[in-house]
Design a binder for this molecule. Structure first.
Ligand SMILES: *Cc1c(COP(=O)(O)O)cnc(C)c1O
Length: 389
């Protein structure tokens, strides 16, 4: 079966759908048993696709888990109430006091804060590494290093990592590899196929796709699935059936949406790359993006999220630019059908081992609006930027 066909057919067993196209929304805390024998059977099979108790999930959750597990080619998929929960709970299910974790310096800010503010309290130490370090990661591995955490492309600055090389070194030292694959979304990038053990996504972004549900997913390989599943369950992680339903509905149209996001974003990025105020674009499909060669080698296309770097700037110019935009709303999420913008004048506080000696960086999410309207909006806001330099 090819990719699109597989995505359309996954998670649609008749026990989930009950004769209609989509799974039934099965809301439940309590599951009731008809007999002692049936209850004992459920206890025995509780870690599989069996109704046992609401926190273990219902058929609606099983349908979504099946579909995402097949998308990312894993042995199982755990669901969480947000992407941040998927990251923190996956890490807690792997780490113990005295462990050390190697964390990419370009990681999503709340992941950094989780390491610095929470893992430290449990005696777990974090070191940050340059996303472009490649085989040099070996020199940072200590005797107590347990996890290598990757995020590719990096948050805001978009560096694409040499995942196979990093994984090769990590494996040779017995480390677990975990990758935040929110940008790669499982359709354009499948980390498990490159040797990663656990792939995490904020399904909040492209899977849900409509900015109306918070959801996190973590897909593990055979080796780590039993531990991830059981520990996340013991940490009390679960989601509502309604949210699982919406995430699965979003997933069905994700490839079609991604195609449009990709095409429009490439057009906007090309226009920006030519703009006299712009130093360069940080879009993985452009040679000006660090790690572009790894993007070309490992990914099946790009999407709506990228950044661009200004030649010069000031907080005032950036603020006026943001206020002048009409179609790009200011907002911290992305992956929905609408265009969004955020800006950083410096990366101070967000990086500890890589510097930032460029001008302000502006991140765009290109939504499904007409590209001409988006470019006109940017053109207008950039002239206001210039008059406020
Ligand atoms: C949004 C995001 C998260 C967190 O997801 P939430 O669902 O908002 O908690 C994690 N990683 C990356 C790369 C993200 O963009």
């Amino acid at each position: 079966m090819k990719k699109n066909t597989k995505l359309v057919s996954s998670g649609r067993k008749s026990e989930y759908t009950q004769g209609v196209v989509n799974p039934v929304v099965q809301r439940a805390s309590t599951v009731v048993f008809e007999s002692v024998a049936q209850m004992h059977q459920a206890i025995k099979e509780r870690s599989h696709r069996t109704l046992f108790y609401g926190r273990r999930g219902t058929t609606t959750h099983f349908a979504l888990q099946d579909a995402i597990m097949e998308l990312e080619n894993g042995a199982g998929c755990a669901l969480y109430p947000s992407g941040a929960a998927a990251i923190s709970q996956s890490l807690l299910s792997l780490l113990e006091a005295g462990d050390h974790i190697l964390m990419v310096d370009t990681v999503y800010e709340p992941t950094r804060d989780f390491c610095d503010k929470i893992l430290t309290r449990y005696g777990i130490e974090t070191s940050y590494y340059d996303p472009m370090i490649g085989a040099g990661i070996e020199s940072l591995i200590k005797s107590n290093t347990k996890v290598l955490f990757l995020e590719s492309p990096g948050s805001i600055t978009m560096e694409v990592q040499d995942v196979p090389e990093l994984v090769r070194v990590a494996k040779s030292h017995g480390l677990v590899t975990v990758l935040d694959n929110t940008w790669g979304n499982g359709w354009q990038y499948r980390p498990l196929e490159h040797g990663v053990d656990i792939s995490i996504q904020a399904a909040t972004k492209y899977i849900v796709g409509h900015s109306d549900v918070m959801m996190g997913v973590a897909v593990a390989n055979e080796r780590y699935w039993p531990q991830l599943r059981e520990h996340s369950y013991l940490l009390g992680q679960c989601t509502s059936a309604d949210d699982a339903y919406l995430a699965l509905r979003g997933l069905r149209t994700m490839p079609a949406r991604l195609k449009q996001h990709e095409q429009s974003a490439l057009q906007v990025a090309k226009w920006l790359a030519e703009h006299p105020l712009v130093d360069h674009v940080r879009h993985p499909a452009f040679t000006t993006c660090p790690g572009h060669e790894f993007f070309k080698r490992d990914f099946d296309g790009s999407n709506g999220l990228f950044s661009f770097v200004m030649k010069e700037g000031s907080q005032k110019a950036v603020n006026r630019f943001l206020d002048a935009l009409e179609h790009f709303k200011m907002g911290f999420s992305w992956g929905g059908y609408e265009s969004l913008v955020t800006a950083n004048v410096t990366m101070a506080g967000l990086r500890s081992v890589t510097g930032w000696d460029h001008g302000p960086i502006i991140r765009l999410h290109i939504g499904l609006e007409d590209v001409d309207d988006l470019i006109e909006d940017l053109d207008n806001a950039l002239s206001i930027y210039e008059s406020n330099l």
